[in-house]
Design a protein around this ligand. Structure first.
Ligand code: GLU
Length: 297
């Protein structure tokens, strides 16, 4: 008897807050190659919840640059800014279970609260863990502030969430060498992370787990800078009864000084390379060399 397995589903999920650089091209190409090699599907998702920083011209440039690289993907493309209601449903489910609470603190207040405490724990991105002022507000006080229109973020109550998830969480990791390994998730390292921001009614963490599940993504291939975030994603998936994809966190491309390429550090964009006369064949060739080196590690 033959068993049929569903085709793997990969996705490349850039944020449209700047032009793509070679690091993005590397990630996109890896997704594309893995989808092709496994007979799988490749989706493209535009992560544009940050409506202040994301712009339509960057989104158009993403399509143009990826096509220039010779990549193709399934249509229609999912644009996160069109799905805030999906993220709200997920957040409400957590809130109904008392796994979130509103937080009225400003960044400044949080920094002041931990000032002088040099050993205050930090999350994997280097931000101080939330000290918890709003966690202990009374129901009445929360209601009063919300009714007065005070802007509020929504944080996960990590202790309650860990107790609710019950299971020891982990994931199958295929990055850094071809060997599969089981990784134990450590969501507590994020403390009471923000699940919905004051300015945006969701967060990257909620949007990514909801979308990966809604789109049937089976294989998440992304940079190793998101390795630690996967712990939080696994917790959210468990709490929302969403399936766990396999993960492959790939190495990040670095510049000559060893800095990882990033939009904020103004890494040279694909379009700038193109304007300098670099051919897409040459760009792909240098990325393929990197891919081969990465899988040989
Ligand atoms: N949108 C994220 C970025 O551009 C990637 C998110 C992901 O792959 O999970 O860095």
């Amino acid at each position: 008897m033959t068993r049929s397995f569903p085709n793997p589903v990969f996705r490349f999920a850039p944020s449209s807050n700047g032009y793509l650089h070679l690091g993005h091209a590397y990630s996109a190409l890896m997704n594309f190659d893995m989808a092709r090699a496994s007979g799988g599907r490749l989706l493209l998702r535009i992560e544009d919840i940050d409506i202040e920083r994301c712009r339509p011209e960057f989104e158009q440039a993403i399509y143009e640059d990826l096509r220039w690289l010779g990549l193709s993907w399934e249509e229609p493309v999912r644009r996160q800014s069109e799905h805030f209601s999906d993220y709200a449903v997920a957040l409400d489910r957590l809130t109904e279970r008392r796994l979130t609470y509103p937080c009225f603190c400003t960044r400044g207040e949080i920094i002041t609260a931990v000032a002088g405490k040099s050993d205050w724990p930090r999350d994997p991105d280097g931000s101080p863990l939330y000290p918890g002022a709003c966690k202990h507000l009374s129901k009445e006080e929360r209601r009063r502030r919300l009714a007065a229109g005070q802007p509020a973020a929504r944080r996960i109550d990590m202790d309650a969430a860990l107790a609710a998830a019950k299971l020891q969480l982990g994931w199958r990791e295929f990055g850094a060498g071809a060997q599969m390994r089981d990784v134990a998730a450590e969501p507590a390292r994020w403390g009471d992370a923000v699940l919905s921001r004051k300015d945006v009614q969701t967060s990257y963490h909620i949007a990514v787990v909801v979308d990966d599940a809604l789109q049937g993504v089976t294989d998440v291939v992304r940079g190793e800078d998101l390795f630690m975030a996967t712990s939080l994603h696994r917790l959210l998936q468990a709490l929302l009864d969403l399936p766990a994809p396999s993960y492959h966190h790939h190495m990040l491309l670095r510049d000559a000084s060893g800095q990882k390429l990033s939009k904020s550090l103004r890494a040279k964009s694909l379009r700038a390379l193109r304007q300098e006369g670099v051919s897409s064949a040459a760009a792909r060739e240098s990325l393929t060399r990197n891919l081969t080196l990465a899988t040989a590690r």
